[in-house]
Design a protein. Structure first.
Ligand code: NI
Length: 167
C-alpha cells in the first residue's frame, strides 16, 4: 500500500468529472487500498478518487468511531433523496476549513463492490452526508462550491496563504 498525495482546493483538477469504472480488477483494488490508507492516515472519514488525481468513480468512507467499517463505493449513483439536514462539513482537500452545508437527510445509493457486484444501500445522518459529499467530488464539486461567493473568495485567499507558508 502507499499514501497518495491529496489535491488541495482550488486545484483545477478537483473540477474534473470522474469516469465510470468499466471493470473492477486488481488495479481497482490496489487503488482502493491506497485510498483507504491515505484517508485513515490524513485522518478523514471519506475520500474520493478525484482528490488523489485519479478521475474514476471510486469513493472510500469510514464514519465509524474506531475506524473499523471501511465502505467502498464504485460507480455510486444516488437514488432516492429525502428530507434535509444542515451540518458542518470539512474536506481533506480544504484543510482547516469547516462550514455548514445543507444535504438530504436520507439517501439510497447503488454501487459496485470490490468484486464488481451491485448493491443498494440506504443511509441517513452522517453517512448520508458523507456519501453526498464524496459523490459531489466525482462530479467536480467541492463542498466550498455550496457556500456563498464571498465565503468562497475568503477560503481561496486562506488556502493561498497556507500554500505559501508550507511551500
Ligand atoms: Ni471532500
Amino acid at each position: 500500500m502507499a499514501l497518495l498525495p491529496i489535491l488541495r482546493f482550488p486545484d483545477p483538477r478537483l473540477k474534473k468529472v470522474a469516469a465510470l469504472v468499466t471493470k473492477v480488477d486488481d488495479s481497482t483494488r490496489k487503488l482502493v487500498a491506497d485510498m483507504a490508507e491515505t484517508m485513515y492516515e490524513a485522518p478523514g472519514i471519506g475520500l474520493a478518487a478525484t482528490q488523489v488525481d485519479v478521475h474514476k468513480r471510486i469513493v472510500v468512507i469510514d464514519v465509524s468511531e474506531d475506524k473499523s467499517e471501511l465502505r467502498v463505493f464504485i460507480n455510486p449513483t444516488l437514488g432516492r433523496c429525502e428530507g434535509s439536514q444542515i451540518g458542518e462539513e470539512g474536506c481533506l482537500s480544504v484543510p482547516g476549513i469547516y462550514d455548514k452545508v445543507e444535504r438530504a437527510e436520507r439517501v439510497s445509493v447503488t454501487y459496485l463492490d470490490l468484486d464488481g457486484k451491485q448493491h443498494m444501500l440506504e443511509a441517513e445522518g452522517l453517512l448520508a452526508v458523507c456519501i453526498q459529499h464524496e459523490i459531489d467530488h466525482l462530479n467536480g464539486t467541492v463542498f466550498v462550491d455550496h457556500l456563498s461567493l464571498l465565503k468562497q473568495t475568503r477560503i481561496k485567499n486562506k488556502m493561498a496563504k497556507q500554500a505559501r507558508v508550507t511551500a
